[in-house]
Design a protein around this ligand. Structure first.
Ligand SMILES: [Zn+2]
Length: 427
Protein backbone atom coordinates (compact mmCIF):
# COMPACT_ATOMS: atom_id res chain seq x y z
CA UNK A 1 0.00 0.00 0.00
CA UNK A 2 1.12 3.49 -0.74
CA UNK A 3 2.12 6.09 1.77
CA UNK A 4 1.23 9.73 2.23
CA UNK A 5 3.30 12.37 3.96
CA UNK A 6 1.44 15.49 5.04
CA UNK A 7 4.10 18.16 5.63
CA UNK A 8 4.00 21.30 7.71
CA UNK A 9 0.55 21.15 9.26
CA UNK A 10 -0.88 22.95 12.28
CA UNK A 11 -1.86 19.90 14.29
CA UNK A 12 -5.04 19.84 16.37
CA UNK A 13 -4.85 16.19 17.33
CA UNK A 14 -8.30 15.80 18.92
CA UNK A 15 -7.00 14.97 22.40
CA UNK A 16 -7.44 18.56 23.59
CA UNK A 17 -3.66 19.14 23.82
CA UNK A 18 -2.21 22.46 22.70
CA UNK A 19 -1.94 22.55 18.90
CA UNK A 20 1.51 22.30 17.32
CA UNK A 21 2.95 24.08 14.30
CA UNK A 22 5.20 22.65 11.61
CA UNK A 23 4.08 19.04 12.08
CA UNK A 24 4.44 16.24 9.54
CA UNK A 25 2.16 13.21 9.60
CA UNK A 26 3.14 10.00 7.81
CA UNK A 27 0.39 7.61 6.75
CA UNK A 28 1.19 4.10 5.55
CA UNK A 29 -1.79 2.34 4.05
CA UNK A 30 -4.68 3.24 6.33
CA UNK A 31 -2.59 3.95 9.47
CA UNK A 32 -0.80 6.90 10.95
CA UNK A 33 2.75 5.66 11.52
CA UNK A 34 4.78 8.76 12.42
CA UNK A 35 4.12 12.28 13.67
CA UNK A 36 6.91 14.82 14.04
CA UNK A 37 8.93 17.73 12.68
CA UNK A 38 10.78 17.34 9.37
CA UNK A 39 10.18 13.61 9.18
CA UNK A 40 12.59 11.55 7.09
CA UNK A 41 11.03 8.98 4.78
CA UNK A 42 11.76 5.67 6.54
CA UNK A 43 13.99 3.30 4.60
CA UNK A 44 11.25 0.64 4.58
CA UNK A 45 9.30 2.83 2.11
CA UNK A 46 10.08 3.24 -1.55
CA UNK A 47 10.33 7.05 -1.93
CA UNK A 48 8.77 6.81 -5.40
CA UNK A 49 5.62 5.52 -3.71
CA UNK A 50 5.30 8.26 -1.08
CA UNK A 51 2.85 11.02 -1.93
CA UNK A 52 3.87 14.29 -0.31
CA UNK A 53 1.39 17.10 0.30
CA UNK A 54 2.72 20.42 1.56
CA UNK A 55 0.05 21.77 3.91
CA UNK A 56 1.76 25.13 4.17
CA UNK A 57 0.62 25.57 7.78
CA UNK A 58 -2.98 24.51 7.25
CA UNK A 59 -4.82 22.80 10.09
CA UNK A 60 -4.69 19.04 10.29
CA UNK A 61 -7.31 17.48 12.56
CA UNK A 62 -9.19 14.21 12.95
CA UNK A 63 -12.30 13.44 10.93
CA UNK A 64 -15.43 14.30 12.92
CA UNK A 65 -18.37 12.17 14.09
CA UNK A 66 -21.99 13.18 13.53
CA UNK A 67 -23.75 11.57 16.47
CA UNK A 68 -27.44 12.03 15.55
CA UNK A 69 -27.80 11.22 11.88
CA UNK A 70 -30.89 10.45 9.81
CA UNK A 71 -29.70 9.59 6.32
CA UNK A 72 -33.29 8.77 5.35
CA UNK A 73 -34.81 12.08 6.49
CA UNK A 74 -34.50 14.24 3.42
CA UNK A 75 -35.86 17.70 2.74
CA UNK A 76 -38.94 16.90 4.84
CA UNK A 77 -41.45 19.55 5.83
CA UNK A 78 -43.51 17.39 8.17
CA UNK A 79 -42.50 14.22 9.98
CA UNK A 80 -45.31 12.59 7.98
CA UNK A 81 -43.35 13.32 4.78
CA UNK A 82 -40.77 10.81 5.97
CA UNK A 83 -43.53 8.22 6.41
CA UNK A 84 -45.08 8.84 3.01
CA UNK A 85 -42.00 9.06 0.81
CA UNK A 86 -41.65 5.80 -1.09
CA UNK A 87 -38.72 3.73 0.13
CA UNK A 88 -37.05 3.74 -3.30
CA UNK A 89 -36.77 7.55 -3.39
CA UNK A 90 -35.75 7.49 0.25
CA UNK A 91 -32.91 5.09 -0.57
CA UNK A 92 -31.57 7.32 -3.35
CA UNK A 93 -31.65 10.35 -1.06
CA UNK A 94 -29.94 8.44 1.73
CA UNK A 95 -27.10 7.37 -0.55
CA UNK A 96 -26.59 11.01 -1.52
CA UNK A 97 -26.75 12.10 2.13
CA UNK A 98 -24.10 9.57 3.12
CA UNK A 99 -21.77 11.11 0.56
CA UNK A 100 -22.65 14.64 1.71
CA UNK A 101 -21.90 13.65 5.29
CA UNK A 102 -18.38 12.40 4.67
CA UNK A 103 -17.65 15.28 2.28
CA UNK A 104 -18.66 17.65 5.10
CA UNK A 105 -15.74 16.34 7.16
CA UNK A 106 -17.72 13.78 9.16
CA UNK A 107 -15.89 10.52 8.60
CA UNK A 108 -18.07 8.73 11.17
CA UNK A 109 -21.75 8.78 11.93
CA UNK A 110 -24.12 7.32 14.49
CA UNK A 111 -27.56 6.88 13.03
CA UNK A 112 -30.45 7.91 15.25
CA UNK A 113 -33.06 5.97 13.24
CA UNK A 114 -33.83 5.27 9.61
CA UNK A 115 -36.55 4.03 7.32
CA UNK A 116 -36.59 0.27 6.81
CA UNK A 117 -33.22 -1.38 6.22
CA UNK A 118 -31.79 1.58 4.32
CA UNK A 119 -29.03 2.41 6.83
CA UNK A 120 -28.02 -1.21 7.03
CA UNK A 121 -27.74 -1.63 3.26
CA UNK A 122 -25.81 1.64 2.95
CA UNK A 123 -23.44 0.75 5.80
CA UNK A 124 -22.65 -2.57 4.19
CA UNK A 125 -22.14 -1.02 0.74
CA UNK A 126 -19.83 1.64 2.21
CA UNK A 127 -17.85 -1.05 4.00
CA UNK A 128 -17.52 -3.00 0.74
CA UNK A 129 -16.22 0.13 -0.99
CA UNK A 130 -19.24 0.41 -3.30
CA UNK A 131 -20.57 3.71 -1.92
CA UNK A 132 -18.91 6.85 -0.61
CA UNK A 133 -19.88 7.58 2.95
CA UNK A 134 -18.77 7.70 6.58
CA UNK A 135 -18.11 4.85 8.94
CA UNK A 136 -21.74 4.28 9.83
CA UNK A 137 -23.47 2.73 12.79
CA UNK A 138 -26.78 1.72 11.27
CA UNK A 139 -30.16 2.11 12.91
CA UNK A 140 -33.68 0.99 12.05
CA UNK A 141 -37.18 2.34 12.55
CA UNK A 142 -37.98 4.33 15.69
CA UNK A 143 -39.45 2.17 18.44
CA UNK A 144 -42.27 4.25 19.78
CA UNK A 145 -45.43 4.11 21.86
CA UNK A 146 -48.86 4.58 20.35
CA UNK A 147 -49.78 8.24 20.64
CA UNK A 148 -46.16 9.35 20.51
CA UNK A 149 -44.85 12.18 18.33
CA UNK A 150 -44.20 9.80 15.46
CA UNK A 151 -47.72 8.31 15.62
CA UNK A 152 -49.16 11.00 13.41
CA UNK A 153 -51.93 9.42 11.40
CA UNK A 154 -55.59 8.95 12.31
CA UNK A 155 -56.28 5.62 13.99
CA UNK A 156 -57.97 4.22 10.88
CA UNK A 157 -54.82 4.79 8.82
CA UNK A 158 -51.88 2.46 9.34
CA UNK A 159 -48.53 3.45 7.86
CA UNK A 160 -45.33 1.42 7.89
CA UNK A 161 -43.07 4.43 7.97
CA UNK A 162 -40.37 5.74 10.23
CA UNK A 163 -41.73 4.14 13.40
CA UNK A 164 -42.77 0.74 14.69
CA UNK A 165 -45.42 1.33 17.33
CA UNK A 166 -44.79 -1.01 20.22
CA UNK A 167 -46.67 -0.90 23.51
CA UNK A 168 -45.79 -2.86 26.59
CA UNK A 169 -42.58 -4.66 27.48
CA UNK A 170 -43.25 -7.69 25.31
CA UNK A 171 -44.01 -5.65 22.21
CA UNK A 172 -40.90 -3.54 22.78
CA UNK A 173 -38.79 -6.69 23.16
CA UNK A 174 -40.24 -8.14 19.98
CA UNK A 175 -39.55 -5.00 17.94
CA UNK A 176 -36.03 -4.60 19.29
CA UNK A 177 -35.24 -8.24 18.60
CA UNK A 178 -36.53 -7.95 15.05
CA UNK A 179 -34.49 -4.80 14.36
CA UNK A 180 -31.28 -6.45 15.51
CA UNK A 181 -32.11 -9.51 13.44
CA UNK A 182 -32.15 -7.26 10.39
CA UNK A 183 -28.65 -6.01 11.12
CA UNK A 184 -28.99 -2.77 13.08
CA UNK A 185 -26.01 -1.70 15.20
CA UNK A 186 -28.30 0.07 17.64
CA UNK A 187 -31.99 0.79 18.15
CA UNK A 188 -33.78 4.06 18.76
CA UNK A 189 -36.44 4.32 21.44
CA UNK A 190 -38.64 7.42 21.78
CA UNK A 191 -39.08 7.81 25.51
CA UNK A 192 -40.36 11.38 25.59
CA UNK A 193 -42.45 13.44 23.22
CA UNK A 194 -41.51 16.30 20.92
CA UNK A 195 -43.22 19.66 21.10
CA UNK A 196 -43.73 20.12 17.38
CA UNK A 197 -46.61 17.68 17.91
CA UNK A 198 -49.13 19.07 20.39
CA UNK A 199 -50.48 15.65 21.42
CA UNK A 200 -47.06 14.42 22.56
CA UNK A 201 -44.94 17.29 23.82
CA UNK A 202 -41.30 17.12 24.82
CA UNK A 203 -42.12 17.45 28.50
CA UNK A 204 -44.25 14.28 28.33
CA UNK A 205 -42.82 10.86 29.15
CA UNK A 206 -44.38 8.32 26.79
CA UNK A 207 -42.68 5.06 27.69
CA UNK A 208 -42.56 3.51 31.15
CA UNK A 209 -39.32 2.68 32.92
CA UNK A 210 -40.08 -1.00 32.36
CA UNK A 211 -40.46 -0.58 28.61
CA UNK A 212 -37.14 1.28 28.43
CA UNK A 213 -35.48 -1.40 30.52
CA UNK A 214 -36.85 -4.13 28.25
CA UNK A 215 -35.26 -2.46 25.21
CA UNK A 216 -31.92 -2.10 26.96
CA UNK A 217 -31.92 -5.72 28.14
CA UNK A 218 -32.55 -6.98 24.62
CA UNK A 219 -29.87 -4.74 23.12
CA UNK A 220 -27.24 -5.47 25.72
CA UNK A 221 -27.91 -9.19 25.55
CA UNK A 222 -26.72 -8.95 21.94
CA UNK A 223 -23.77 -6.66 22.68
CA UNK A 224 -25.69 -3.82 20.99
CA UNK A 225 -26.76 -0.39 22.18
CA UNK A 226 -29.82 1.79 22.70
CA UNK A 227 -30.20 5.37 21.53
CA UNK A 228 -33.13 7.34 22.96
CA UNK A 229 -35.15 10.42 22.22
CA UNK A 230 -35.52 11.77 25.75
CA UNK A 231 -36.39 15.37 26.45
CA UNK A 232 -38.44 15.22 29.66
CA UNK A 233 -36.68 14.86 32.99
CA UNK A 234 -38.39 11.54 33.80
CA UNK A 235 -37.52 10.09 30.40
CA UNK A 236 -33.83 10.82 31.01
CA UNK A 237 -34.13 9.36 34.50
CA UNK A 238 -35.50 6.10 33.05
CA UNK A 239 -32.65 6.07 30.52
CA UNK A 240 -30.03 6.37 33.25
CA UNK A 241 -31.72 3.76 35.45
CA UNK A 242 -32.02 1.33 32.55
CA UNK A 243 -28.46 1.93 31.29
CA UNK A 244 -29.33 3.49 27.93
CA UNK A 245 -26.07 4.10 26.08
CA UNK A 246 -26.81 7.26 24.08
CA UNK A 247 -29.29 9.80 25.37
CA UNK A 248 -30.64 12.20 22.76
CA UNK A 249 -31.63 15.72 23.85
CA UNK A 250 -31.85 15.57 27.71
CA UNK A 251 -33.09 19.18 27.67
CA UNK A 252 -35.50 19.30 30.57
CA UNK A 253 -33.52 17.46 33.26
CA UNK A 254 -34.06 18.66 36.79
CA UNK A 255 -31.33 18.83 39.44
CA UNK A 256 -31.88 15.24 40.57
CA UNK A 257 -31.49 13.84 37.05
CA UNK A 258 -28.56 16.16 36.37
CA UNK A 259 -26.77 14.66 39.39
CA UNK A 260 -27.63 11.14 38.23
CA UNK A 261 -26.16 11.82 34.80
CA UNK A 262 -22.99 13.27 36.27
CA UNK A 263 -22.60 10.24 38.56
CA UNK A 264 -22.92 7.94 35.55
CA UNK A 265 -20.98 10.03 33.08
CA UNK A 266 -18.70 7.16 32.04
CA UNK A 267 -21.73 5.15 30.86
CA UNK A 268 -23.69 7.66 28.83
CA UNK A 269 -23.24 9.97 25.89
CA UNK A 270 -25.53 12.97 25.52
CA UNK A 271 -26.37 14.26 22.05
CA UNK A 272 -28.58 17.33 22.48
CA UNK A 273 -29.40 17.89 18.80
CA UNK A 274 -29.28 21.63 19.33
CA UNK A 275 -29.44 22.57 15.69
CA UNK A 276 -32.95 21.20 15.42
CA UNK A 277 -34.12 23.73 18.01
CA UNK A 278 -31.97 26.59 16.74
CA UNK A 279 -32.93 26.23 13.10
CA UNK A 280 -36.61 25.64 13.82
CA UNK A 281 -36.61 28.91 15.77
CA UNK A 282 -34.64 30.68 13.02
CA UNK A 283 -36.51 29.43 9.97
CA UNK A 284 -39.52 27.39 11.06
CA UNK A 285 -41.91 30.38 10.87
CA UNK A 286 -41.32 30.52 7.11
CA UNK A 287 -43.01 27.16 6.80
CA UNK A 288 -45.42 26.99 9.72
CA UNK A 289 -46.06 30.61 10.71
CA UNK A 290 -44.82 32.32 13.86
CA UNK A 291 -47.80 31.28 15.93
CA UNK A 292 -47.12 27.58 15.42
CA UNK A 293 -43.45 28.02 16.27
CA UNK A 294 -44.32 29.97 19.42
CA UNK A 295 -46.70 27.18 20.42
CA UNK A 296 -43.84 24.64 20.39
CA UNK A 297 -42.27 26.41 23.35
CA UNK A 298 -38.89 25.83 21.65
CA UNK A 299 -37.68 29.31 22.61
CA UNK A 300 -37.94 28.54 26.33
CA UNK A 301 -36.97 24.94 25.63
CA UNK A 302 -33.72 26.01 23.99
CA UNK A 303 -32.84 28.20 26.95
CA UNK A 304 -33.37 25.30 29.34
CA UNK A 305 -31.43 22.94 27.06
CA UNK A 306 -28.50 25.37 26.89
CA UNK A 307 -28.47 25.77 30.67
CA UNK A 308 -28.39 22.00 31.09
CA UNK A 309 -25.81 21.33 28.37
CA UNK A 310 -23.56 23.97 29.90
CA UNK A 311 -23.68 22.34 33.33
CA UNK A 312 -23.41 18.81 31.97
CA UNK A 313 -20.36 19.77 29.92
CA UNK A 314 -18.73 21.54 32.87
CA UNK A 315 -19.33 18.46 35.02
CA UNK A 316 -17.51 16.26 32.52
CA UNK A 317 -20.48 14.57 30.81
CA UNK A 318 -19.68 13.86 27.17
CA UNK A 319 -21.90 16.10 25.01
CA UNK A 320 -21.59 15.43 21.27
CA UNK A 321 -22.64 17.18 18.06
CA UNK A 322 -25.49 15.77 15.98
CA UNK A 323 -28.45 17.82 14.94
CA UNK A 324 -31.35 15.99 13.27
CA UNK A 325 -30.47 17.27 9.80
CA UNK A 326 -32.83 16.33 6.99
CA UNK A 327 -35.67 18.83 7.22
CA UNK A 328 -36.25 21.77 4.89
CA UNK A 329 -35.01 24.25 7.47
CA UNK A 330 -32.05 22.15 8.64
CA UNK A 331 -30.78 20.41 5.53
CA UNK A 332 -28.06 17.83 5.18
CA UNK A 333 -24.61 19.35 4.86
CA UNK A 334 -24.92 21.80 7.75
CA UNK A 335 -23.73 19.30 10.36
CA UNK A 336 -20.85 21.43 11.70
CA UNK A 337 -23.34 24.05 12.87
CA UNK A 338 -23.64 22.03 16.07
CA UNK A 339 -20.01 22.81 16.91
CA UNK A 340 -20.73 26.51 16.51
CA UNK A 341 -23.74 26.16 18.83
CA UNK A 342 -21.51 24.41 21.37
CA UNK A 343 -19.11 27.36 21.33
CA UNK A 344 -21.53 30.28 21.02
CA UNK A 345 -24.48 28.94 23.00
CA UNK A 346 -23.26 26.19 25.36
CA UNK A 347 -19.99 27.85 26.36
CA UNK A 348 -17.47 25.28 25.17
CA UNK A 349 -14.11 26.52 23.97
CA UNK A 350 -13.49 25.79 20.28
CA UNK A 351 -10.98 23.15 21.38
CA UNK A 352 -13.61 21.46 23.57
CA UNK A 353 -16.11 21.48 20.70
CA UNK A 354 -13.50 19.82 18.47
CA UNK A 355 -12.73 17.21 21.13
CA UNK A 356 -16.45 16.43 21.40
CA UNK A 357 -16.65 15.90 17.63
CA UNK A 358 -13.43 13.88 17.37
CA UNK A 359 -12.19 12.13 20.51
CA UNK A 360 -15.66 11.58 21.93
CA UNK A 361 -16.75 10.68 18.42
CA UNK A 362 -14.28 7.79 18.43
CA UNK A 363 -15.72 6.73 21.78
CA UNK A 364 -19.36 6.83 20.72
CA UNK A 365 -18.41 4.81 17.62
CA UNK A 366 -16.77 2.31 20.04
CA UNK A 367 -13.59 2.74 18.02
CA UNK A 368 -11.59 4.95 20.38
CA UNK A 369 -8.52 2.72 19.97
CA UNK A 370 -8.62 3.35 16.19
CA UNK A 371 -10.24 6.71 15.40
CA UNK A 372 -11.05 10.09 16.94
CA UNK A 373 -7.52 11.44 17.42
CA UNK A 374 -4.39 11.86 15.33
CA UNK A 375 -1.90 9.59 17.07
CA UNK A 376 0.58 6.99 15.91
CA UNK A 377 -1.17 3.67 15.33
CA UNK A 378 -4.60 5.16 14.63
CA UNK A 379 -6.47 4.93 11.36
CA UNK A 380 -6.03 7.87 9.02
CA UNK A 381 -9.39 9.66 9.24
CA UNK A 382 -8.04 13.16 8.74
CA UNK A 383 -9.16 16.63 7.69
CA UNK A 384 -6.98 19.42 6.33
CA UNK A 385 -8.67 22.77 6.93
CA UNK A 386 -7.69 26.05 5.31
CA UNK A 387 -8.29 28.30 8.29
CA UNK A 388 -8.14 27.94 12.05
CA UNK A 389 -11.29 26.52 13.70
CA UNK A 390 -9.82 27.47 17.09
CA UNK A 391 -10.23 31.10 16.04
CA UNK A 392 -13.48 30.64 14.12
CA UNK A 393 -15.30 27.36 14.66
CA UNK A 394 -17.82 28.17 11.91
CA UNK A 395 -15.09 27.63 9.31
CA UNK A 396 -15.83 23.90 9.56
CA UNK A 397 -19.21 24.56 7.91
CA UNK A 398 -17.50 25.89 4.78
CA UNK A 399 -16.88 22.80 2.68
CA UNK A 400 -14.57 24.74 0.36
CA UNK A 401 -12.15 25.07 3.30
CA UNK A 402 -11.92 21.30 3.72
CA UNK A 403 -8.95 20.83 1.42
CA UNK A 404 -8.28 17.19 2.20
CA UNK A 405 -10.58 14.57 3.69
CA UNK A 406 -9.05 11.17 4.29
CA UNK A 407 -11.05 8.20 5.50
CA UNK A 408 -9.17 5.03 6.32
CA UNK A 409 -6.13 6.47 4.53
CA UNK A 410 -7.98 7.10 1.27
CA UNK A 411 -8.89 10.41 -0.30
CA UNK A 412 -12.54 11.39 -0.09
CA UNK A 413 -11.51 14.91 -1.11
CA UNK A 414 -8.16 16.34 -2.09
CA UNK A 415 -7.70 19.75 -3.67
CA UNK A 416 -4.00 20.16 -2.81
CA UNK A 417 -1.01 19.37 -5.01
CA UNK A 418 0.48 15.91 -4.56
CA UNK A 419 4.17 15.35 -5.25
CA UNK A 420 6.25 12.21 -5.08
CA UNK A 421 8.96 12.27 -2.49
CA UNK A 422 11.37 11.20 -5.24
CA UNK A 423 10.85 11.59 -8.96
CA UNK A 424 10.74 8.35 -10.93
CA UNK A 425 14.14 7.69 -12.50
CA UNK A 426 14.22 8.55 -16.22
CA UNK A 427 13.59 5.38 -18.16
ZN1 LIG B 1 -33.65 12.56 15.47
Amino acid sequence: MGAKLLRNGFLIDGTGKEPLRGIDVLIEGNKITQIGVNLEIPSRLNPYDVEVIDLDGKVIMPGMTEAHTHLTWDNALYIQDIDFKPIEETMVAAIRNAETLVKSGFTSSVSAAARGRVDIAIRDAINRGELIGPRLLANGAEVSASGSFVDLHPNHVRVHGLAILSDGEDAVRKTVRSLFKEGADLVKINVSGESLTPHARGEMTLYTDKEVRAAVEEAHARGKRVYTHARSSDSVKYCIQAGVDIIGHADFINDEVFEMLVENKERHFVVPGLNWLVSTLEDGAKYFGQEAIDATGYKEGLEIALFNMNRLHKAGVRVLPGGDYGFKWCPHGGYARDLEHFVKLVGMTPMEAIVSATKYGGQIMEMEDRIGTIEVGKLADILVVDGDPLKDISILQDHSKLKVILKDGEYIVNTLAVKRSAESPVA
